[in-house]
Design a protein around this ligand. Structure first.
Ligand SMILES: [Zn+2]
Length: 81
């Protein structure tokens, strides 16, 4: 099987949800797209982001390493009554 196809992941540019994975010929591979996709998570149309599916793992790892933006602000005065 010749390796002339690449797997492209189409994701929502807003939340990163993977919409679909498509296999395309390398010659037709276009990672820059102006197309819009319907994102079931956002419930809206957003510009799609294309990436080679094989690279998703590194992206996920990168995202998970981001610190969570939690706002820890215990209100002591009310907690102690
Ligand atoms: Zn989305």
């Amino acid at each position: 099987m010749p390796i002339d196809e690449v797997t492209i992941s189409r994701r929502c540019s807003n939340c990163g949800t993977e919409i679909e994975v498509v296999a395309v010929k390398k010659d037709n591979m276009m990672l820059s797209s102006k197309e819009f996709v319907w994102c079931p998570k956002c419930q809206a149309e957003h510009p799609e982001v294309r990436d080679i599916a094989g690279r998703l793992e590194s992206i996920k790892t990168e995202q998970e390493s981001y610190p969570l933006s939690t706002t820890v602000a215990p209100d002591r005065s009310t907690a102690e009554k």
